[in-house]
Design a protein around this ligand. Structure first.
Ligand code: 5GP
Ligand code: 5GP
Ligand code: 5GP
Length: 215
């Protein structure tokens, strides 16, 4: 069997809203490099099939080598912070994303992380939402959030919600679809299986209700 390393149809580029990662019963831990900005941050760049299935862990021998991304690390600390506990500097999270998803692309380590960072700058979700009057600290309808992104970026997004300790649905992750070159947004061929949102979605702010566990 001929096994191409680029055997997939498109990418999900997934960004998380750090306040919503932290504002759950499970809480979070800020990275050792400092409290994250109140901005969307990268979760991952995930190769996917049009069927909805996806490849993962395509090369068990490949682990992330810090020296290949040393010039990107300061941008990654800002735009791709880790919020899982215990606190870390991000290498573990980035290494996981590389092993699980990056190894299934045809990109080398540097190109993979660079592509994700460039997509984040290109999307600028916080500004796109702000331009439509959608700012942290209030509740919005799913439709208004989706419409703002569609109008601002020209492509639809899938919105995933989670639930805060008070039971409010909140904006947790935004999925955008990207072509196999990892550089252009496209209309999603298939929607992911995320958690639902309900009609009224909180876009929470760190200043109103954040708490992280002390490590
Ligand atoms: P969860 O079960 O938390 O939604 O997803 C767990 C992990 O599975 C994600 O962080 C991601 O690594 C992977 N994953 C979940 N859904 C998808 C998907 O639709 N496509 C791809 N490529 N990976 C996914
Ligand atoms: P995926 O869900 O992409 O397979 O990977 C998520 C993994 O990375 C989980 O093991 C999770 O604990 C870890 N992780 C570390 N930092 C973060 C973070 O800031 N956000 C998310 N979603 N997962 C993180
Ligand atoms: P669920 O996400 O629970 O499967 O479905 C939520 C309902 O909202 C479905 O009817 C789904 O098709 C619709 N929906 C449309 N767009 C979105 C979106 O971007 N996010 C979510 N969560 N639901 C959406």
């Amino acid at each position: 069997i001929l096994c191409s390393s680029q055997d997939f149809d498109f990418f999900y580029f997934v960004q998380q809203w750090p306040v919503s990662y932290c504002d759950t019963r499970r809480s979070c831990c800020y990275p050792t490099t400092g409290k994250p900005d109140e901005d969307f941050s990268i979760h991952g760049l995930w190769p996917n099939y049009n069927s909805g299935k996806y490849p993962q862990n395509c090369d068990r021998e490949s682990s992330l080598d810090r020296s290949t991304i040393s010039d990107l690390v300061s941008r990654m600390q800002k735009d791709w912070p880790t919020l899982a506990c215990p606190s870390g500097d991000g290498m573990k999270f980035w290494g996981h994303e590389w092993e699980k998803h990056g190894t299934c692309t045809s990109l080398d380590q540097h190109s993979y992380f660079q592509a994700a960072l460039d997509l984040k700058s290109k999307a600028n979700l916080l500004q796109v939402l702000g331009d439509a009057g959608i700012r942290p600290g209030k509740f919005y309808s799913l439709e208004s959030i989706k419409q703002a992104i569609e109008e601002g970026l020209g492509y639809g997004a899938y919105i995933e919600c989670n639930v805060d300790p008070a039971g409010n649905h909140q904006l947790y992750q935004v999925y955008l679809c990207v072509d196999t070159s990892a550089s252009n947004f496209i209309q999603c061929p298939v929607l992911p299986h995320g958690r639902g949102c309900g009609n009224s979605i909180e876009f929470p702010s760190f200043s109103s209700d954040s708490q992280s566990r002390d490590e």
